[in-house]
Ligand binder design. Structure first.
Ligand code: MN
Length: 500
């Protein structure tokens, strides 16, 4: 059994609580408790503990009450007799759509090939199927809680779930700027996928962090006093250890020599304004001698994922090397929760909805703040679509006209909307198309003019006896490659008949 959560654990995390929001969440909570009644998790907990934990994570990120409610309901449609229609009737279309999106994403499983292009396609497919970025965020919270309770799963499932976390979910979290979620997913996955190195790194970190902890505490005390003297208010100052997986990646770069890694222990200082960050930097350097070439100003030059902070490595108390990180509260929220942090600000500014906010802020907030928008745009251009409207809603519907389907081997075929098994067959190989006799989806026979759905696993049945494509296929195929093959083959047939 894990720690038992209840409604108040969600409500107390609300960033901007109102009675209306609390009411919605309470209703979703009661609905989920009733729907999951009698169901258990592998941990022995009541099943509903899982959606409650997911809702709590969403509230901690600063998500709004509708998303939190969808988090509470996310497994209801899939795992209980209660239908999506009932959710829609009680909670409306917006929440029901989010629940439906999460349910559909749950059907995508990582299997087959390990190649990077395949993984990238799978990430794209996730984004495509989600259609609403809040669905991805719920799915990330869902996976995070499943990782936190992974010990209760059978070993073969642990490996698949951990691989998906490492190869699909963590990279998506990273691109959405959700550093905290990314690190937590990676660290747990690391433990299941590479226990030997995980243990090695954990031991190295524990010994070294313990050695440094006393100096970190000393530095926190000394710097707090100095900053106070200068009249700057500190919102938060604390020590932090580097995440295990990022430490492991760095150790590999430095021949596993931990003494060469200087940001193992860091003091993090959070202040109100950007100007305060630079003042604090000056105060730090007056107190402790900086290491040459180790000052990194990610405020003027943010990292590609939008990360902002000032980092400096100094000779701290007793001459011990420590890293100091300075940032504003807003930068801190964005570093931890990325795109989700925007909901906190949008709610405070009482904009009508999140789409309005993201779009409108384009005019008032510097370009680097909307780095996730750029990331989504880049995905859009990679897949070769140009849909100007996309940016207005930040809805991920630039994949809307794309269908991604699997071969039985796990390869992904990218098709246009309403594509059929014949299109799928020709997309794999001309000969497969020419000799196609039937198709199966998830093991069941479907007609050749079946409309493929996102995430379908298709098997094409072929026969050597089949003389060539049926010209009637032209009536329903969607891809030009299928059309040109069918035309070419049927023309050949006619010509050969004509010469006989
Ligand atoms: Mn779930």
């Amino acid at each position: 059994m894990t720690q038992q959560l209840s409604l108040k654990d969600i409500l107390k995390e609300l960033k901007t609580p109102t009675s209306e929001r609390a009411k919605l969440i309470t209703e979703a909570y009661n609905f989920a408790v009733k729907a999951h009644a009698g169901q258990k998790r592998d941990s022995g907990d009541d099943y509903v503990q899982h959606p409650i934990a997911v809702a709590k994570i969403l509230a901690q990120m600063g998500m709004r009450s509708k998303t939190i409610s969808a988090g509470l309901l996310h497994d209801v449609a899939e795992d209980t007799p209660t239908s999506l229609e009932e959710i829609e009737k009680k909670f409306g279309k917006e929440i029901a759509c989010m629940v439906d999106g999460v349910t559909k994403l749950g059907r995508i499983k990582l299997r087959g090939s390990h190649e990077e292009y395949f993984l990238e396609n799978l990430r794209k497919m996730f984004m495509a199927m989600a259609a609403d970025i809040r669905v991805i965020i719920i799915k990330l919270a869902d996976r995070l809680h499943n990782m936190q309770t992974l010990e209760y799963k059978p070993p073969e499932k642990q490996i698949r779930i951990a691989r998906e976390a490492m190869e699909i979910f963590a990279p998506i979290a990273n691109r959405l700027g959700m550093g905290e979620i990314k690190s937590q997913l990676q660290d747990i996955a690391f433990k299941y996928l590479d226990k030997e190195n995980f243990d090695k790194v954990k031991e190295l970190e524990e010994i070294n962090y313990k050695n440094k902890e006393v100096y970190v505490k000393q530095a926190i005390k000394e710097l707090s006093e100095e900053i106070k003297k200068e009249g700057i208010s500190v919102i938060q100052i604390d020590g932090r250890a580097k995440s295990l997986y990022s430490l492991y990646l760095k150790l590999k770069e430095y021949d596993m020599n931990i003494s060469r890694i200087h940001d193992l222990a860091a003091v993090r200082i959070i202040v109100p304004e950007v100007a305060d960050c630079y003042e604090v930097l000056g105060i730090v350097h007056k107190k402790y001698r900086p290491m040459i070439g180790r000052i990194k100003d990610y405020i003027s030059l943010p990292k590609p994922n939008g990360y902002q902070s000032i980092h400096t490595t100094v000779f701290g108390p007793d001459g011990k090397i420590i890293e100091i990180q300075v940032r504003t509260q807003k930068m801190h929220n964005e570093a931890e929760f990325g795109i989700a942090a925007h909901w906190i600000y949008s709610e405070n500014k009482s904009k009508k909805n999140w789409k309005d906010y993201i779009f409108k802020k384009k005019q008032t907030i510097p370009e680097n703040d909307i780095v996730w928008v750029k990331q989504l745009r880049q995905w859009q251009s990679e897949i070769g679509l140009d849909n100007e409207e996309f940016i207005q809603g930040l809805k991920i519907d630039f994949f809307k006209n794309h269908i991604f389907a699997f071969t039985p081997m796990g390869d992904i075929i990218d098709l246009p909307e309403d594509a059929t098994p014949v299109d799928f067959a020709y997309a794999i190989h001309g000969e497969i198309g020419n000799h196609a006799t039937g198709a199966k989806v998830g093991g069941n026979m479907v007609p050749l003019d079946y409309r493929i759905k996102n995430g379908d696993v298709l098997e094409i049945l072929t026969s050597k006896d089949r003389k060539g494509p049926n010209p009637d296929w032209l009536k329903f195929v969607k891809t030009s490659i299928a059309k040109s093959h069918i035309r070419r083959e049927t023309r050949k047939d006619n010509e050969s008949i004509g010469t006989k």
